[in-house]
Design a protein around this ligand. Structure first.
Ligand code: ZN
Length: 115
């Protein structure tokens, strides 16, 4: 379970941005989490709730997760298809010359601050 490490690195990033912008209270953080990222949202939330209470800036901050659908691009026919349904083999042409275009990210989308 590496969710706690991810949570710590998100918190570190948010604290840095907050410091740069002279923000002393963050209400919430919105994340983009890819469908095939190795992050399990349920664990992430658990770790989040535990970790933010140990900070000053993020105490009680909510975590919002936007799921990004996984899309694979096919080098054979130049088309895209949903990764989760078809995996590595292109459903259009049967090629295995495919790679993930999006869907394995875990990035901060937005930091919510009350005025
Ligand atoms: Zn194809």
């Amino acid at each position: 379970m590496h969710e706690l490490g991810i949570v710590f690195s998100i918190i570190r990033d948010v604290e840095e941005v907050a410091k740069e912008n002279r923000i002393d209270k963050v209400d919430g953080v919105r994340l983009r989490v890819g469908e095939v990222s190795t992050v399990i949202p349920y664990y992430l939330e658990d770790c989040w709730n535990w970790a933010v209470d140990r900070t000053d800036i993020l105490k009680g901050a909510a975590l919002h997760i936007d799921t990004v659908p996984a899309v694979t691009f096919c080098g054979g026919c130049q088309k895209t298809y949903p990764t989760v349904t078809y995996g590595k083999i292109c459903p259009h042409c049967g090629s295995e010359d495919t790679w993930l275009q999006q869907g394995d990210e875990c990035v901060i989308q937005e930091i919510e601050v009350s005025e």
